[in-house]
Design a protein around this ligand. Structure first.
Ligand code: NAP
Length: 417
């Protein structure tokens, strides 16, 4: 396998995916994008920790640096080279740091482009509380939730037109004259976007969420939508979600109505409850009835807002991990962005990127290495060894740089292994 400007490590073997099965050697080649801004801090820090966890469980990782964003502009003179997309597709499992997206003008989100190009339709964001992590809520350990956010549709699909262009004028005329939506769009400059929600996109996402709930003994899957207002998009997501549950998982799922009518509110052990909540209510329920929520399935925009809010309850963006999944593909990435004001300061928290690596290891079947990472991170934080973001919320504690914190986690991996 050769790429234009990527060095393929000589040692290490490829992860393969055949007949629906991922096959992972003990020394896989894993592409890594360090990312923009603080990506240059958290990328190498996470790599160090992941190496230690792999070695402690009798394996090794051959990292293959690939490029997107600023690092790609330096090397290739473009933001998202084909080399990078093919390297991730060929190697099946990869990890990336954050990439900067300019607001308003400039290029479209590279994150969105990468997820679309690789058809990684599910962005999965677990939110669980680690011992010792300060939180703004009274009972942070009540949060143990996994959000499945649809990744390829919604207002994020990039179908939008800029105010003042001929295209936006044509769309406005079509909507008003052909579709009869008069008196809705104000006069004067307007930007217009389109929100596609398909049955196909909804069902494959909800299927992943229900399968995850069944495999991991979770109690419920909640469909989060704003279908009371956006009836034919978000409302359809809810309806297709329930339809999929009944069609494909009818014998192992029940609705909330059935839970009360047939089981008097006592969930049978072998069933997952499928319920739905309106998105604005859901944001307050996350705070007031945290423990009632388990696995969430939602669309792109709701999922983005909700997982950041949920992340705040368990310690903030420095802690919150994520990963994108497609057919035999995993691209792990933290929830946070490139926080340019801290770039290169060796200051920010690498935990989110480290725990994203844990998700990647779990996908590869390296559950023991994943558990070791979680335990070592928890030990580090509960001993008061933290970066600035957690340090400002706790009494005492040792304020560490990104690299020092990663070294502490590595030390704890060695101690716990
Ligand atoms: P951000 O980069 O996530 O940073 C927002 C704030 O969150 C930071 O100022 C910091 O808070 C805190 N934070 C983020 N990461 C942290 C870490 N590792 N450790 C400790 N604290 C952390 O969000 P943004 O400023 O809105 O976005 C910056 C750029 O990132 C934008 O171009 C955006 O498009 C991009 N972005 C990329 C991704 C991605 O690549 N997947 C995701 C989101 C945003 P304090 O200032 O309070 O310390």
């Amino acid at each position: 396998m050769s790429y234009d400007q990527i060095e393929v490590p000589e040692d290490g073997e490829k992860i393969t995916f055949e007949d629906g099965e991922l096959s992972v050697p003990d020394n896989p080649i894993i592409p890594i994008i360090h990312g923009d801004g603080i990506g240059t801090d958290v990328g190498p820090a996470a790599q160090k920790v992941l190496d230690a966890a792999a070695e402690a469980t009798g394996r090794s990782v051959s990292w293959m640096r690939v490029y997107a964003g600023a690092s790609a502009r330096d090397k290739y003179d473009e933001n998202l080279p084909e080399d990078t997309v093919s390297a991730i597709r060929d190697h099946r499992v990869a990890i990336k740091g954050p990439l900067t997206t300019p607001v308003g003008a400039g290029f479209r989100s590279l994150n969105v482009a990468l997820r679309k190009k690789l058809d990684m339709y599910a962005n999965v964001r677990p939110t669980y509380h680690l011992d010792g992590v300060p939180s703004p809520v009274k009972n942070p350990s009540a949060m143990d939730m996994v959000t499945f956010r649809e990744n390829t549709e919604d207002v994020y699909a990039g179908i939008e037109w800029e105010a003042g262009t001929d295209e936006v004028q044509q769309v406005k005329e079509f909507v008003e004259e052909e579709m009869g939506a008069t008196g809705v769009i104000h006069d004067g400059p307007v930007g217009i976007g389109i929100k596609p929600i398909t049955e196909f996109g909804t069902k494959r996402l909800v299927r992943e969420a229900i399968e995850y709930a069944l495999e991991n003994d979770r109690d419920s899957v909640t469909l989060v939508h704003k279908g009371n207002i956006m009836k034919f998009t978000e409302g359809a997501f809810r309806d297709w979600g329930y339809e999929l549950a009944a069609e494909e998982f009818g014998d192992v799922t029940i609705t909330e109505d059935e839970l009360w009518e047939e089981y008097d509110g006592e969930k049978p052990e072998d069933k997952v409850v499928v319920k739905d909540r309106i998105a604005d209510n859901m944001l307050q329920q996350l705070l007031t009835r945290t423990a009632d929520y388990d696995v969430i399935a939602t669309m792109n925009l709701n999922g983005d807002y909700m997982s950041d809010a949920a992340g705040a309850q368990i310690g903030g963006l420095g802690i919150a991990p994520g990963a994108n999944f497609g057919e035999g593909l995993c691209l792990a990435e933290p929830v946070h962005g490139s926080a340019p004001k801290y770039a290169g300061e060796d200051k920010v928290n690498p935990t989110a990127m480290i725990l994203s690596g844990r998700l990647m290891f779990e996908y590869m079947g390296w559950k023991d290495a994943g558990q070791l990472i979680r335990d070592a991170v928890e030990k580090t934080i509960s001993e008061g060894d933290v970066t600035y973001d957690l340090h400002r919320q706790i009494e005492g504690g040792n304020k560490l740089a990104t690299s020092e914190y990663a070294d502490k986690v590595v030390e704890n991996i060695h101690e716990l292994a």
